[in-house]
Design a protein around this ligand. Sequence first.
Ligand code: 13P
Length: 249
Amino acid sequence: MQQYIIGNWKMNGTKAESQKLAAGFLKRIQEATRPLPHIVLCPSYPYLTSVFEILKGSPIEVGAQDGHPEKSGSFTGDVSISQLVDVGCKYVIVGHSERRNFHQESSALIRKKIESAIKAGLRPILCIGETEKDRETGKTLEVIGHQVTSDLPSSFMPHDLIIAYEPLWAIGTGKLPKQEEVEEVLGFIKHELSTHIAGGALVPMLYGGSVNAANAPSFLNLPHVDGLLVGGVSLKLDEFWEIVNASTR
Ligand code: 13P
């Protein structure tokens, strides 16, 4: 399976900076001499259109960082999944820990978003992960198992979505799980998914949390890792491109 390198720009950048970054990645891809992984950039809502206009027709896809499950209606401040499709998005991040923590998103809401995205032809990237306390108390697999069963709809096709394992304690902290810990969790998710749907083990699995150019190869070489979800470093053109070039398939 071709790997995925996905940049989550979070709430960063201006319009000019977002356009510059997108144009920079476009230039790199045009000059690339090796097979590339899937590349997805997820800018802030206001810049989705201008980033999409720059990348349209190129292999780099655009994703959003969240989406409302209803098609339209009185939901002040929200952006619907169908509006995201309308402006060229192909992916949407769902259930990021920053949404769960700062916006109290429940598993029921996350499941609705996933269902709505799949129906609209937008591929959700479901983020799951344990807290530091969960890990210290040996609850990692229990928490992950619970997220998988409560966040996911009862039926979907393996290529409908992507799962990103992002341990909360590794996001933006510089702390990293050991390679064997990542493999254990991803292997466990694959097992859970294969009991959930036919071909569940084929759902692409990403790692995310403090990824940089120096540590990316250690994750991209792991058998269960189908790609990376990169936060802070995805705003740095050269370093993110080094991560793209570290992809192994
Ligand atoms: P960092 O790469 O900045 O740790 O963020 C990870 C993340 O939250 C990606 O969704």
